[in-house]
Design a protein around this ligand. Structure first.
Ligand code: HEC
Ligand code: HEC
Length: 708
């Protein structure tokens, strides 16, 4: 008792002392502050008269504001030092490569003129926004010594090109296929170009400092800052007052569209999972643009929270079904659907939101020739070859061991499962129904090359052999199911297309729309006889939809050059993909293109401009496709030892590469052993037509030179 009392007393006196000391200290600080403020006030007064002091204050506020704004708007660039480019894929001449890079498809950036884009400056800066180093900093692919050319007069990155807007006759910026389907691996100053590979830009990401947000800021500053406007207008139209006035009106109109889009189909709230570098929720965005924006049906805006990693395109023409979920089969319709998602302007409804009819319906900038051209080019592209002189020698004994492991552990899913050409059954009359299809356009089905047998009509696939890809259900493969779930489950109101129609998923919605739209475009392009329809459809394939809650297992030639992996890019390297779940990195950085030839992926440490991939977020999960001895969801094989993983890695570097066939003791996946695409002159003609439309004449760009 006594002890407790004594302790309490001691505590009391100690507390008292602390309180006194603290208040004394506070008082001292207060006096000191007061003195300081008084001194500053005196100093301020000593500067000069009141008007002068006010001006100084104003300048200070403006400077501070400017610095804060500049910091806020600072572009988010990655930094890369590249001295030379080495091309990894064979099959293309330099002309064909340029054609792939710069053939337009009819997409737009809400009506941005090509010249405008080339002449815009960064916000709060005189520097051109689309300069080579800036665009590279945003992850676009740019040659180190690139110069303007006939195909690329604006000296823009791979994929950014131009088309003529049919209505206004103006040259518009066009986001071509190569923007998203061209990759680059960097290694010690050398850029290894992967044609048809995975891009690493983040076009749609509306985060501070990213491409699209910086572009938006630049557009508005150009309109509001007279000095910036003056430089912009002078570069484009000189001093002519009328032209400057016209330009200003057009530019305001464009800014209005940008604003409208960013508060509707492009609103950040619909894209809560950051797409980041190298990904976009393509199907979700197509749904929002086509069923929401183009059809003017705000109820159709859906959350698109399953970003997809840009896939690679060599061998894609051999596939029976394409897209990660394998939801469609026909090249042309797939491409038209994609172009609408990438904002190819199209008229579907009138000012009151009512569906247009007759020739008004479907007025668009979509370039059917451009798409047919690119399809033709892709059929000649070969997978990338591992460059031993740059990335290191192959250990043949190890690769041989990997070949055996691949045959045992991987080939039954990844194939390729070579199939005889399909006979696609077609609807041969208005009442004909086909299983799994919500609607078929029987006239279009029958417009191709038709075979009849046993009273049924077919289109015989023109491929000599094709690859049948297995769908692996999401609950078997166990990878993040969101992309497949969204595709199967999201419902869009399509009552404008078919009155009283029940809401449908994106696949069926696209089927309903494109069944009408594509034949309409064919009319405009005079594609009318059976051969031409079959040809433009893509190898006589009728347009079909499949709705599977699954991901397809694709053949893996050249996959080593397409990090990061899985449909959502959630696993940075092949080594990690072959490792158990707990060993896969939970978070990593994407954006730096320096390659790790050991694990087969990009380096994953933080670097300026990179995007933090957090796999704990639904949509980003890195689960599934597991090799483990633990019985768990997504297990597809036994635990692979470290040795086995590296053997498989060694084989994947050269799998199918004919140069290694002998060394490997024969490779069953040798890509020289696969049948070639049927010859077609029409794709070259389509390239010529598309190029001519943007003022590039002559045949020099189309010559089928022997591949270097
Ligand atoms: C804005 C980026 C972008 C552009 C431009 C683009 N694509 Fe894609 N493409 C994607 C994404 C993302 C996917 C995967 C979407 C999915 O399956 O969910 C894809 C899928 C594909 C597929 C299916 C791949 C597979 O593994 O099954 C093909 C084929 C394809 N694109 C071809 C093209 C062609 C040809 C063009 C030009 C006419 C084009 N793309 C333009 C981003 C783009
Ligand atoms: C049960 C079938 C199955 C087996 C067995 C299998 N895979 Fe896969 N694999 C898939 C599917 C399905 C995907 C696509 C999953 C996704 O994107 O979510 C895939 C994706 C991949 C990818 C990523 C491709 C890309 O575009 O990012 C690689 C690499 C891969 N597999 C390698 C292998 C290797 C190596 C083996 C053998 C050691 C193997 N797989 C065994 C079904 C399988």
């Amino acid at each position: 008792m006594r002890l407790a009392y004594r302790m309490l007393a001691a505590l009391k006196s100690a507390t008292g002392k602390i309180i006194t000391a603290t208040s004394k200290l506070l008082l001292k600080v207060w006096h000191w502050l007061k003195g300081l403020l008084r001194a500053i006030a005196n100093l301020w007064k000593a500067i000069g008269p009141r008007w002068f002091r006010r001006s100084v204050a104003l300048v200070a506020v403006v400077l501070l504001g400017y610095t804060a704004a500049a910091a806020y708007l600072a572009p988010n660039f990655t930094r890369e030092t590249i001295y030379r480019v080495h091309y990894l894929n064979e099959g293309w001449s330099e002309q064909q490569r340029q054609s792939y890079y710069y053939t337009p498809q009819g997409t737009e950036l809400l009506g941005m003129d090509y010249d405008w884009f080339v002449n815009l400056e960064l916000p709060l800066s005189h520097e051109l926004l689309a300069s080579e180093s800036n665009m590279r900093g945003w992850g676009f692919v740019v040659d180190p010594n690139q110069r303007p050319s006939a195909m690329n007069p604006g000296n823009l990155p791979v994929g950014l090109t131009r088309h003529i807007d049919p209505q206004s006759g103006r040259e518009r910026l066009d986001i071509g296929c190569a923007t998203c389907h061209t990759g680059e691996l960097h290694y010690q100053g050398t850029a290894l170009r992967v044609d048809g590979g995975q891009a690493l830009q983040s076009i749609p990401t509306s985060k501070r400092g990213e491409f699209i947000t910086t572009l938006g800021a630049s557009v508005f500053e150009t309109l509001l800052n007279p000095a910036k406007w003056d430089r912009f207008a002078t570069r484009l139209v000189g001093d002519d007052t009328d032209k400057r006035g016209e330009l200003r009106a057009q530019f305001w109109q464009f800014a209005g569209k940008l604003k409208e889009f960013s508060s509707t189909a492009g609103a950040a709230k619909y894209y809560p999972v950051e797409e980041g570098r190298g990904r976009t929720d393509a199907v979700g965005r197509i749904g929002n643009v086509v069923f929401g924006f183009d059809l003017q049906e705000p109820a159709n805006y859906k959350v698109a929270d399953a970003p997809a990693s840009y896939p690679f395109l060599w061998d894609i023409w051999r596939f029976d079904w394409v897209q990660y979920t394998g939801f469609t089969n026909q090249a042309m319709t797939r491409n038209v659907g994609e172009s609408l998602g990438v904002l190819a302007p199209i008229k579907l409804v009138d000012a009151d939101g009512k569906l247009l009819t007759g020739s008004d319906f479907g007025e668009t900038a979509v370039d059917i020739d451009g798409m047919h051209c690119v399809e033709g080019l892709l059929r000649e592209l070969e997978p990338p070859k591992w460059p031993q002189q740059i990335l290191g020698e192959i250990d043949i004994a190890r690769a041989r061991a990997g070949k055996a492991l691949f045959a045992e552990q991987c080939a039954f899913c990844h194939g390729p499962h070579i199939s005889k050409p399909f006979e696609w059954q077609v609807a041969d009359g208005p009442d004909a129904k086909l299983p799994g299809q919500i609607a078929v356009n029987w006239q279009w089905d029958m417009a191709g090359e038709i075979t009849r047998r046993d009273g049924l009509a077919y289109r015989a696939d023109w491929r000599e052999t094709m690859w049948a890809l297995p769908w692996i259900a999401t609950d078997v493969i166990g990878t993040d199911p969101k992309l497949a779930d969204n595709f199967v489950d999201n419902r869009y109101d399509i009552s404008k297309l078919i009155p009283d129609g029940e809401p449908v998923n994106a696949g069926y919605g696209l089927q309903l729309l494109l069944n009408t739209l594509v034949p309409k475009l064919y009319q405009q392009w005079d594609i009318d006889d059976a051969q031409r329809v079959a040809d433009f459809d893509g190898l006589n394939v009728p347009f079909r939809i499949e709705n599977q809650r699954a991901y397809k297992a694709r053949p893996l030639h050249g996959v080593w050059a397409t990090p990061p992996f899985l449909h959502n890019g959630s696993v940075p390297t092949i080594y990690d993909l072959l490792s158990p779940l707990r060993a896969r990195p939970q978070t990593f950085y994407v954006g730096n293109r320096e390659y790790d030839p050991h694990k087969l992926g990009y380096v994953t440490e933080y670097s300026p401009g990179s995007f933090k991939m957090d796999t704990t977020i639904a949509g980003n999960r890195n689960s599934g496709h597991l090799f483990t001895d633990v019985d768990m969801p997504g297990r597809i094989g036994k635990l692979l030892s470290e040795r086995e993983r590296f053997a498989i890695i060694e084989y994947l570097k050269v799998m199918g590469n004919p140069d290694f066939d002998t060394a490997l003791g024969g490779d069953p996946l040798n890509w020289d052993s696969y049948s070639q695409a049927p010859a077609s002159d029409s794709t070259q003609q389509a390239c010529a037509n598309s190029h001519r439309s943007i003022g590039i004449g002559g045949t020099h760009l189309l010559a089928q030179e022997t591949a270097q």
